[in-house]
Design a protein around this ligand. Structure first.
Ligand code: GCB
Length: 640
């Protein structure tokens, strides 16, 4: 039986990915940036698009669609990039499509990029969900597994082969989820011919958001010199008034390299400098990076300019990359989460990358609106539930001082077969890619390796021990957690987390309508966790669906009053535990979002305190009042 979109390449990859053979990633993944020595060309806009509707979804490969223009293979439609393709047309089969879709676009590469052999041209995809294969002028240049992180390929020699022709970029994307993908899923064939037509299958998933697909973030061409700054890592610290930035720079293609590092303050004034590929920069009278509402000047960023000169017998190469650097520390005690040695209390939200029409597609107006709403609410933090968000969002968090719990796409790990080595092996690679991309963001204060896995299952212990130890080895400066819904006495991975992040939906999924049980159940829940693990606790999700405009008093489920009353009951308990070991509250969810269809969801999940169109429900005002009060009580807005 063939699985739709289960293409041999992917199968072979999975077979090869035997646990223990995980290789370190080669090369860095610096965010593309323009400088005197680098150029960026965005390829966003309309692409040709064709979904492969053949029964095994394999026609595109059998007929090698990548070898000629997509229009020559059959009918194409215009598809915006970036965007999910699901909600763009009126066609329900495209909305619910499973398998390969094909994108194509021709682009003129600037003549200088082609003629100058010292220029390296890179094609980069910010993210495409879920598995992607990329060809340039019919030649495969890369493939990538995973729907939320960037991938790229150097294409310099390819575009130099046919310098006068436009460059044809073909990207095939497959959204099929299997037991070994992150998130996992299964394909189920319905073989009862009295009920289903021949070949009928469904994609089963165990997570609560629509499996949007397509090219979700920008596609770019960018250049670097042939010898170039490939990666930069910084770690920061401070003592009294002096800050320290430890850095490491890796250079690719080089010999005889000279590296000059200069740190500048926000106004561009010189602060410190150093030479060489690793070292430290001392910052006198340091201005620390502080979270929003914790300091009158949050999100302070220095700029670290890395300048490279590489000399060979025949040429000299020069490169420059400027990294924003926030100087801050993170520490966790048994009862506290410390930023710059001061207790930090998370009053924040869980989000989704989700909106009308665009699905999960990157959209600046939406992002800026969301930041404005978060600041209006008095939010100082959010969790990237349930996958890594666009890097531009993290850059905004750095600048605005919004603290981030950075979560990988390990959501819906419920089937015992998804704890096997092939899954773990891929999960480790995803953490490598995530840490590689996000390690330098001061806003990122903790890694979350999963959301609500079946952590009561016996294999969970080995799985999470390995995963958490691996993540800590990648980054020794940040705590690691996974988000749990299990009871403390059932959770197998609990001993390995630095902070307990617990979700609960009392008076919603259980004891429906019984708001009166919340105080007892919630405080018992907290006490059990704390007794067992002696770690600070964050309420990483809680909430209730509210259909906007639905009212009832006394409150009933799904009304705005019920959502408010439930939040209020939770808040009472939070306030009791706040000065003990309880360090944060993240509402589920910032905004309503789309899910798959089912009897539990009325056109999506309605636990937003804003609608999907970002209009406030009553709960937004309740939360706003609370968060500003918390900011004044816990945020040390006034100098101490
Ligand atoms: C959860 C999940 C989240 C869901 C939420 C809900 O525990 O982590 O993805 O959307 O509950 O509303 O059921």
């Amino acid at each position: 039986m063939s699985v739709p979109g289960s293409f041999s390449v992917l199968r072979v990859l999975w077979l090869l990915s035997v646990f223990g053979t995980v290789l370190p990633l080669d090369g860095g993944m610096l965010f593309p940036q323009e400088s005197s020595f680098r150029e960026v060309k965005e390829l966003n806009g309309l692409w040709d698009f064709r979904a492969d509707g053949s029964p095994n979804r394999n026609e595109g490969f059998e007929k090698a669609w990548y070898k000629r223009r997509l229009t020559e293979t059959g009918p194409v439609i215009e598809m915006p990039v970036p965007a999910s393709y699901n909600d763009i047309t009126q066609d329900p089969t495209l909305r619910d499509f499973i398998g390969w879709v094909w994108y194509e676009r021709e682009v003129f590469v600037p003549a200088r990029w082609i003629s100058d052999e010292g220029t390296r041209v890179v094609l980069r995809v910010g993210s495409a969900h879920y598995y992607s294969i990329v060809w340039v002028n019919g030649e495969k240049v890369t493939e990538h597994e995973g729907g939320h992180l960037p991938f790229e390929a150097e294409i310099s020699s390819l575009i130099r082969k046919e310098p006068t022709k436009p460059c044809r970029i073909t990207i095939a994307v497959n959204n099929t989820l299997t037991l070994e993908t992150l998130p996992p899923g299964t394909i189920q064939y319905m073989n009862d011919s009295s009920r289903y037509p021949d070949g009928f299958f469904v994609q089963n998933i165990d997570f609560d958001f629509f499996n949007y697909a397509g090219i979700h973030r920008s596609v770019l061409l960018y250049t670097t010199p042939k010898v170039h700054v490939d990666d930069i890592s910084v770690e920061t610290n401070f003592m009294d008034n002096t800050g320290l930035v430890r850095y490491k720079v890796s250079v690719q293609g080089g010999f005889n390299n000279t590296l000059n590092i200069t740190l500048m303050d926000k106004d561009g004034h010189f602060v410190a400098s150093s030479n060489g590929s690793s070292g430290g920069l001392k910052v006198v009278d340091v201005k620390l990076w502080w979270p929003y509402l914790m300091h009158e000047n949050p999100g302070y960023l220095y700029s670290m300019k890395v300048h490279l000169i590489a000399v060979s017998e025949t040429s000299t190469y020069e490169d420059e990359y400027t990294l924003p650097v926030g100087i801050r520390t993170i520490n966790v005690t048994n009862t506290q989460f410390l930023i710059n040695n001061k207790p930090f209390y998370f009053h924040g939200v869980n989000k989704h990358e989700d909106s009308d029409i665009r699905g999960r597609g990157f959209d600046w107006p939406l992002i800026v609106k969301d930041f404005n709403l978060m600041k209006w609410l008095g939010v100082n933090s959010f969790r990237t539930s349930h996958y890594p968000y666009a890097e531009e969002i993290l850059q905004m968090c750095d600048r605005h001082g919004i603290v981030v719990i950075d979560e990988c796409p390990g959501v819906g790990i419920k089937d015992i077969r998804s704890f096997r080595n092939a899954s773990l092996s891929h999960h480790l690679v995803v953490m490598d890619e995530l840490v590689r991309r996000d390690k330098n963001h001061p806003s990122v204060v903790m890694w979350s390796v999963a959301n609500e896995p079946a952590s009561e299952m016996p294999p969970a212990e080995f799985y999470f021990k390995t995963l958490i130890e691996h993540t800590k080895a990648l980054d020794q400066t940040r705590p690691v957690t996974y988000v749990t819904i299990a009871a403390a006495d059932m959770d197998k991975g609990g001993p390995y987390v630095d902070v307990v992040c617990a979700n609960s939906y009392f008076a919603w999924y259980f004891d429906q309508g019984r708001l009166d049980i919340i105080p007892l159940q919630l405080s018992t829940h907290f006490e059990n966790w704390y007794r067992k693990y002696q770690r600070p606790i964050i309420q990483s999700e809680y909430g209730a669906d509210a259909v906007p405009g639905l009212h009832m008093d006394p409150p009933m489920m799904f009304t705005e009053e019920y959502q408010n009353a439930l939040l209020q009951s939770y808040h009472d308990v939070f306030d009791q535990k706040r000065n003990q070991y309880f360090v944060g509250e993240l509402i589920w969810n910032f905004a309503d979002f789309m899910t798959s269809q089912g009897i539990y969801r009325v056109v999506g999940n309605k636990k937003g305190i804003f609608t999907r169109q970002r209009q406030p429900k009553a709960a937004a005002f309740l939360l706003r009042k609370r968060y500003w009060r918390l900011a004044n009580e816990t945020g040390r807005l006034l100098p101490d």
